[in-house]
Each structure stands twice: as C-alpha cells, then as structure tokens.
Unconditional design. Structure first.
Length: 134
C-alpha cells in the first residue's frame, strides 16, 4: 500500500497570512505623553502665522494619517503677532496634527493637518502647519 502525504491547505493559508501581515509598516507605538520633547505648532494661512483667530490644534498619538479622533488639543495664542501653541512632554513616535480656526483677514474658516514624527528627546521641534480655506 502506498500512502501519499498531502499538505494541509489550512496550514498553507495560515503561513501566507502570517508572512503577508508581518511586512506591513506600523506607526511607532511609543508616541504619547511621558517624554521630554516639545512640538511648537505655527498654523499658517498663505504662509503667514498671524490673523488666525480661535485656532484649535489637535494631536493624535501613533498616527501618520488623518484619524477619526484625537488624543489631546490646545488653543493657540498670539504673541508678538505670531499665532502658536505647543504640546510638551512627548515621547518619540508618530504624531498627526490638525488645526482649525478663522482667518480674520479673509473672514473664512481654515484648517489642515500633517504628519510629524518626533525622533529626539530633550528637544523642541517647530512645525509650520499649512492651513487652507475649508
């Protein structure tokens, strides 16, 4: 009698699934509070960081693209004619930043977002966030 060995199709499928998902790049999962890095955000409409009123800035930890929700937010302030805000005590990782406000020179709502990684601790990173009419 001759016994033929067969490969179980379920085992082949499981192996292919493991191999295909192991190659997907994931966001750095260490982002968030608890570090010593600071992000300073300069929302800019038409490359100008002024005339933006009631500007809110939102941040999402461990994200490289626009998320469905955010982890933290802050309101920008105007100092010496420049609108800024900051997020402090951040760890290295991937962050997505979104801003929404009103440009008082055009009287239009403006907003926009971008991906900003943090790679150094005990450092401040300044991000120019381009925002456009909504």
């Amino acid at each position: 009698m001759h016994h033929e060995k067969r490969i179980n199709p379920l085992i082949v499928f499981a192996a292919m699934l493991i191999i295909s998902t192991s190659c997907v790049k994931k966001a750095n999962p260490s982002a968030g509070k608890g570090g010593s890095a600071t992000l300073i955000i300069l929302p800019q409409h038409h490359s100008i960081s002024k005339n933006i009123d009631t500007c809110e800035v939102y941040i999402k930890y461990n994200a490289q693209n626009t998320p469905a929700s955010y982890d933290d937010s802050t309101t920008c302030t105007c100092a010496n004619g420049v609108v800024t805000c900051q997020f402090s005590n951040l760890r290295n990782g991937d962050y997505y930043i979104y801003s929404y406000g009103i440009d008082t020179s055009f009287h239009v709502p403006v907003g926009g977002g971008l991906y900003s990684p943090i790679t150094k601790q005990n450092a401040t990173t300044t991000v120019e966030l381009a925002i456009t009419e909504l």
